[in-house]
Design a protein around this ligand. Structure first.
Ligand SMILES: Nc1ncnc2c1ncn2[C@@H]1O[C@H](COP(=O)(O)OP(=O)(O)O)[C@@H](O)[C@H]1O
Ligand SMILES: [Mg+2]
Length: 372
């Protein structure tokens, strides 16, 4: 079996291309159960082993319901993406075979079409972010969490700003972590195929708490629906929970408890936690136009870090206007009001419980002094 093409692509010496089904079967031991590394609503993912490293082979489940043109459109977009926070695409396979099936008790045969649609990516060894979500007192240290949040924002900025791609299924399961805990966004674009060909399947229920209300209720997709999901992820990474905390000071106190035990307490880490809560809350605005764009967030993070990265675009939203503490109370009240208006307008009472819960959250007390 000729593995060399894929080995060269993996080493970055050749561009991603179409790969043969026999090659992908061979490196995954014929898609054996032992090689299964994950599955979602849409595909089963296998580990492929090559002499110079590993790859992930994503075998799309309902290949029959996927329109050919959409599959190739997605492959096209994957082929053009190169960013340290987006999983690297290595190649694809679209094969259609005819197989003959004997009819029992008859000499006749029927012929069936077997379609395989596969995508191949670099293998990301530490699995998805899902398994690292914990509360403030255990699990990943603050610095690691902060770097993950920053990396996810950079990756999403690349998709939105450079490629004009909506992800549409941002959640911890679709963020993978490499050996150095660098986050890599995966499973984008194809989720749109899924929505076009299927109704919300049981497997997709896992995405519910991350879905923007306008997408959930009216199917409206935009950059801003990704921003809503990003907001939920950020809050979950900071606190371990999707819902915004009832009292944000409690979050800071819990982090303080951990930092004091490990001697890692600085003013900077308090500012970072407060900034992340602020961003997470703003991203979950009910009205999409009130949410920031991803470049607003990148700009704001860079400014907070003293880096002169001027990537701000004109937008209806000026993120930097909100300071870390006092305005949160105002924002939460505004948000609660907009949710009520939204619910009355749509008469849609089965709204995501995570967001309902989060609307009850309050901002950080302006009097809270983290260092005491
Ligand atoms: N490149 C990869 N490296 C390692 N594991 C992966 C990779 N891609 C996917 N996985 C694993 O498979 C799971 C499902 O993959 P994903 O692309 O999200 O498929 P689905 O569309 O079915 O949700 C991920 O949550 C992850 O655990
Ligand atoms: Mg997925």
């Amino acid at each position: 079996m000729n593995h060399e093409v894929l080995e060269r692509i993996l080493e970055g010496r050749e561009n991603p291309t179409n790969l043969s089904l026999s090659l992908l079967k061979d490196i995954t031991e014929n898609f054996s159960e032992d090689r299964e590394i994950g599955h979602g609503g849409f595909a089963t993912v296998y580990k492929g082993v090559l002499p110079n490293g590993n790859v992930a082979v994503k075998r799309i489940k309902s290949s029959h319901s996927i329109k050919e043109t959409l599959f190739y459109r997605e492959v096209d977009s994957l082929l053009n993406i190169e960013h340290k926070n987006v999983v690297r695409f290595l190649g694809f396979c679209a094969s259609t075979d005819q197989i003959a099936i004997k009819i029992e008790g008859s000499k006749e045969r029927i012929y069936a079409e077997v379609r395989e649609r596969l995508l191949c990516f670099e293998y990301i060894s530490n699995g998805s972010l899902r398994k690292y979500i914990t509360d403030e007192l255990r699990g990943l240290e603050w610095n690691t969490r902060y770097e993950i949040i920053r990396g996810v924002c950079e990756g999403l900025c690349h998709l939105h700003k450079e490629k004009q791609i909506y992800h549409m299924d941002m959640k911890p399961d679709n963020i993978l972590l490499d050996n150095d805990m660098v986050p890599k966004i995966t499973d984008f674009g194809l989720s749109r195929l899924d929505e076009m060909t299927q109704t919300m399947s049981k497997d997709r229920l896992g995405s519910l708490g991350y879905c923007a209300p306008e997408y959930w209720s009216q199917g409206k997709m935009s950059f801003k629906s990704d921003m809503y999901s990003l907001g939920v992820i950020i809050i979950e990474l900071v606190t371990g929970q999707k819902a915004l905390p009832i009292n944000n000071n409690k979050v800071l106190r819990r982090w303080r408890h951990r930092w004091r035990k490990t001697g890692k307490e600085t003013e900077l880490v308090y500012q970072q936690v407060a900034k992340c809560i602020e961003i997470g809350l703003l991203c979950q605005e009910i009205d999409p136009s009130g949410r920031p764009f991803i470049w607003d967030i990148i700009d704001d993070i860079r400014q907070a870090e003293g880096v002169n990265g001027s990537i701000r675009n004109d937008s209806e939203y000026k993120f930097g206007q909100a300071s870390s503490y006092a305005p949160l109370d105002v924002l939460v009240s505004y948000r609660l009001l907009s949710l009520v208006v939204f619910l009355c307008y749509t008469q849609w009472w089965s709204y995501s419980p995570a967001s309902l819960g989060s609307c009850l959250g309050s901002g950080v007390d302006p009097q809270f002094n983290p260092l005491h």
